[in-house]
Design a binder for this molecule. Structure first.
Ligand code: COA
Length: 342
């Protein structure tokens, strides 16, 4: 699927917010309960710490915090549609977005979830652009939110060191392609033959159809890290090149590369392959780890809070996730009515 907004009409970012739960878990904290070390985690992933929800806190609470901040940053506007991209919905059924919308005082609006694991925000962005450009919605609140640590096996050192919790959100409105904050070409892809690389084996219809309860460990997230690494670098680089081509931008035109924070080495390899200079690469993985669908909007909110971008700067987004799914998008940095909050 490659939705390109028709010339003239565009979805434009008009609000931005990010939120992480207060509890911080450092690599040293993990090394006390797992056979790992700060040195191993930092050198393989670039992560030093991550934020983790307390027991009893699930995804909607994070989504409401980030969504509320994004709405405030947009100047307190109303939206017609709420999209939540998440790997950790509150329940298998119903979706989390209606609950989030209602807690934000938005009962009655369209609301649905997007399930594309770490590429979820970009798939959600395509949905939001489609709704706006087709005239279905005037304003959309798009949230990436994850209580990812709730699906991690605390005894699995391959995954427990990588993921963290958080949420990021943008408000998009109908506008023109030349405006600051306009979303440009979006490139998306998938390969279901790689479904087993990143998976929670149990809990869905496949396992339930057997009529036998699954062993408890099959309800945890599993990842074949080395294979993910290889596919991620290849697919994200291709998708990013393709989005740049469609936008008519050279890599040197990119003011900021804001990739999904999968792993610092993946992000750097992709940026090296694309020819994006180190000072143009945004990163917050050291502080928040991999927050899956929340990663890109959380990093956008961090960039806004740091004031590192001027309105109109050219931005490239890119991600890889379970499915396998991948994608990339271009945009120009928005002029926000109120400072982005976090
Ligand atoms: N601490 C210490 N040692 C660990 C460890 C940890 N947390 N996790 C794995 N190891 C060990 C392994 O058991 C293995 O030991 P062995 O050689 O004695 O068997 C060794 O380290 C190498 O393991 P491997 O899995 O091959 O490491 P790696 O270099 O591939 O790094 C990842 C592991 C997960 C960091 C890396 O594969 C990766 O970043 N993959 C992409 C993950 C990702 O980004 N996922 C999100 C996609 S959206």
């Amino acid at each position: 699927m490659n939705p390109v907004p028709s010339p003239g009409r565009a979805a434009v970012i008009t609000g931005l917010g990010g939120w992480v739960p207060p509890r911080v878990v450092t690599n040293d904290d993990l090394a006390q309960v797992l056979d790992t070390s700060d040195e191993w985690i930092r050198s393989r992933t670039g992560i030093r710490s991550r934020h983790v929800v307390d027991p009893g806190t699930a995804t909607a609470a994070l989504a409401v915090e980030a969504g509320g901040l994004a709405l405030k940053s947009a100047g307190g506007v109303d939206v017609d549609s709420v999209i939540v991209a998440t790997t950790t919905p509150e329940r298998l059924c119903p979706a989390t977005a209606p609950l989030v919308a209602s807690r934000l005082g938005l009962t009655g609006v369209a609301a649905h979830d997007v399930s594309a694991v770490c590429t979820g925000f970009l798939y959600g962005l395509a949905d939001a652009v489609g709704q706006i450009v087709a005239g279905i919605a005037k304003r959309v609140l798009l949230i990436g939110a994850e209580a990812f640590t709730t699906i991690i096996d605390p005894a699995d050192r391959h995954t427990a060191v990588i993921f963290g919790d958080g949420a990021g959100a943008v408000v998009l409105r109908a506008g023109e392609a030349g405006e600051h904050g306009a979303i440009g070409p979006i490139v998306l892809g998938s390969d279901g033959g790689l479904a087993d690389l990143i998976t929670i084996p149990a809990g869905g219809s496949q396992q339930r159809s057997t009529g036998r309860p699954a062993p408890p460990e099959e309800h945890f997230f599993r990842m074949r890290g080395r294979e993910v690494y290889r596919h991620a670098v290849e697919r994200v680089t291709d998708a990013a090149r393709s989005a740049l081509n469609r936008a008519g931008w050279a890599p040197a035109d990119v003011g900021r590369f804001i990739p999904h924070q999968a792993n610092a080495r993946i992000c750097d390899t992709v940026a090296d392959d694309l020819g994006i200079a180190p000072e143009r690469r945004a990163s917050n993985i050291e502080r928040v780890g991999n927050t899956a669908a929340a990663s890109i909007p959380l990093l956008m909110a961090d960039e806004a809070a740091a004031g590192s971008l001027a309105a109109g700067d050219r931005v490239l987004l890119a991600a890889f996730g379970g499915g396998a799914t991948w994608g990339a998008a271009t945009l120009t940095w928005p002029l926000l009515p109120a400072p982005a909050l976090q």
